[in-house]
Every structure is written in C-alpha cells, then in structure tokens.
Design a binder for this molecule. Structure first.
Ligand code: HEC
Length: 348
C-alpha cells in the first residue's frame, strides 16, 4: 500500500468514521431513562407499560422481580396429583425470607372480579395470615415461568403463569373449594396468579379472571361437610391442621390446638362459625373464616377485641356476663398461643 493511500484511509477513519461513532454513542445514552435505576436497566424485558413506571417506586419493581423468581424456583411443574411436590413447594414458600419480610400481618386472597380490576377491594377476598396463604393456598399451584410485571397506578402487579394441582387428594386442599362450582372452576382454569405489591408490601394475591377453558378439570362433588374423617380416621382437611402449618419441632402446636378446640366449641355455641365459614351467607368482604384452625389464627386479636367490645356475634355480642368472661378467656388464650407458635416459625 502506498503512503498516500494509507494517509487517505487514516483521514477517513479520523475525520468521518470516528465522529459518527461518537455522535451515535451519545444519542444512545440520551435515549435511556433519566435515572438509569436497577428497575429500568435490568427489568425492561419483564416490565410492561413503562410509561407509567415513573409513578411507582422502582424498589417495588425490584421486589416484584425477586418475588416472581422465588415462586418459580420453589414450585416447578410436577404431576398435578403429586403431594410430595406440593409439600416441597409449601415448605419453600413458608420459609422464604423475602416473602416473609414483605407480607403484612393480614393479606388477601380471592378470585379477580374481572380482567383489569387489580384493586384488591374490588374483588371478593378472604383475609389470611401470611404463613397460611403461602403454605396452604399458594402451594396448590405450580409456577410455569415467564412472569410479567405490570404497573397500575400505585400497584405493581406480578402476573405469574400457573397450573393448578387439581388431582391432589381432597385432604390436601385447605377446604373443599368445590363447594362452589364457580370457585372450583376459577381455581382450575385460571392461567395466572396475580401478586399485588405496593410500598414494599405484598398485600395479596388473586386468581386471574383469565381462564383457559381447555384445561383438564377434576370433577368433585361436595357432600356438605367442611370437615371429615379420612380412611385412616384422621381429621380432614389434613392441611388445615396446625400439624401441617407448623414445623414438626414447634413446641407450641399441641397447646395451640387445645386452645383452639376449646374456643371453637364455644364459637359454635355462639354461632360464630355459622357466618364465618366459606359459604359466607352474610357476603362479608373480605371474609374472615373461623371454622378451621389455621384460618382462625388470622384475626386472633381482632376476634378477642370484637368479643370484648360486644360487637360479635351481632347485634349485641354475648350478653351473659359469665359467658362473656369465659369467651374472653378462651379467645385470649388462643390468641396468645397463636402468637407463640407463629413466633417460633420466625413469623411476625
Ligand atoms: C350473623 C352473622 C355473624 C355471626 C353469628 C358472627 N359474625 Fe363476626 N362478622 C359478621 C359480619 C357480617 C362481619 C363484617 C362486618 C363487621 O365487621 O361488623 C363480621 C366481622 C367480624 C370480625 C372482624 C373481621 C375483620 O376483618 O375485621 C371479627 C373478628 C368477627 N366478626 C368475629 C366473630 C366472632 C368471634 C363471632 C362469635 C362470637 C362472630 N364474629 C359471630 C357476621 C357474624
């Protein structure tokens, strides 16, 4: 190559090619969002509607991504009747520190009213203790992967594609969901679980109204019993018992169970469980369940408060003073044992 040709080539590189590259580089940087945070730089593939993203704290998006990963890795696809897989999933969701730290003392769970209704109070929900929701309810699902994160006003919604474990034995469902055809259909055919995150808190979850009508369903008929004895004479639903909810070495389980049984007999006498059961004749929203040991834990302190304040049962509470005293004692013993058992598991 002649010297002349070489200098022309160098001139071309320095004079035209370099400036073009530099200008292109600058414009690429400018097109990034003003504050390149973790959320916008790492999660662009997950986040939809980025134009609304600025309204929501980026830390909610980061939390949403972490939470999505927890579910997907804890509860992979298995046979839909495989209880060992469900139990492994339940254990991981129960013990996970990210979930534990981000869930408040009361969380909501229910079926989404209609697509695009993301506010939890728009849908019919039940109030849960967060450990109960993680261990018993969310473990009935398998998480397929490919989550999407959507932002709706202040809410960060995680869409988690799912498959329901509809072939499990009846005792491994927290209660017979098939008491209502609509509910059972929603459990089996929903394509996604929606997790609602706001201000660093996972406030609740919904079964999406998006259904896949082609999913195989398990037909079950309810015999009118919320509880029943299995072939082994064991109390069912098995998972509703404290022995399923708490670790095998939790020293408070026996005393907690005794305190619930004593309280439950009295709650039945005062019709608490007539209204506070899954058929929800009073159409409470959110619903509080008192007819299962694990569910009664949820509002154990409010239950005591309402009895003391004589606002439950409606209209005037328990009017006999001696009886009221007995109920207060039973309710407070139960609340106290519940606190101890949950604290042993590392729960708030
Ligand atoms: C006739 C039906 C009925 C009976 C019986 C009844 N409740 Fe209620 N309960 C309701 C309804 C409806 C609500 C929701 C409205 C409200 O908060 O007052 C409610 C609310 C509650 C709440 C507050 C829930 C929350 O989310 O804050 C508690 C706690 C409660 N009931 C406990 C009890 C206990 C304990 C008993 C028995 C001693 C009882 N209830 C008996 C219908 C009933």
């Amino acid at each position: 190559m002649s010297k002349r040709l070489l200098s022309i080539l160098l001139y071309l590189i320095a004079g035209i090619f370099l400036p073009v590259v530099i200008i292109w580089g600058f414009s690429a940087i400018k097109s990034l969002p003003p504050s390149p945070s973790v959320a916008s730089s790492q999660s662009s593939s997950l986040v939809t509607q980025p134009e609304i993203a600025t309204k929501v704290s980026n830390s909610d998006v980061v939390l949403a991504e972490k939470i999505a990963k927890v579910f997907i890795s804890a509860c992979p696809i298995a046979e839909s009747g495989d209880n060992i897989a469900r139990e492994q999933c339940a254990e991981k969701l129960a013990k996970n520190q990210i979930l534990r730290d981000s869930m408040p003392n009361e969380v909501r769970w229910g079926g989404q009213k209609e697509l695009d209704h993301f506010n939890l109070s728009e849908s019919k929900t039940t109030t849960f203790n967060p450990l109960v929701l993680r261990r018993l309810y969310l473990s009935t699902y398998m998480f397929i992967g490919e989550p999407k994160i959507q932002q709706v006003n202040n809410l960060t919604v995680v869409h988690l594609p799912v498959k329901f474990r509809n072939q499990l034995d009846s005792g491994f469902f927290p209660y017979p969901f098939w008491h209502s055809e609509k509910k059972w259909d929603s459990y089996q055919k929903t394509t996604e679980i929606l997790l609602m995150i706001e201000n660093g808190r996972l406030k609740g979850a919904l079964r999406s109204a998006q259904k896949d009508q082609s999913r195989q369903v398990s037909m079950r008929e309810w015999d009118g019993k919320w509880e029943w004895k299995g072939n082994d004479d064991a109390q069912n639903p098995k998972v509703s018992l404290y022995t399923s909810l708490f670790s095998a070495n939790n020293p408070h389980v026996v005393a907690l169970d005794e305190s619930y049984r004593a309280f439950e007999i009295k709650m039945r006498e005062h019709s608490c469980t007539v209204c506070h059961n899954p058929s929800n004749t009073q159409e409470m929203n959110p619903l509080l369940l008192l007819n299962y040991p694990n569910q009664a834990l949820t509002l154990r302190h409010k239950t005591l408060d309402r009895i003391k304040a004589k606002t439950m049962p409606p209209p005037k509470g328990i009017t006999d003073d001696q009886e009221l005293n007995t109920m207060i004692q039973l309710a407070s013993a139960f609340a106290e044992m519940g606190d101890k058992a949950l604290a042993y598991e590392g729960e708030k």
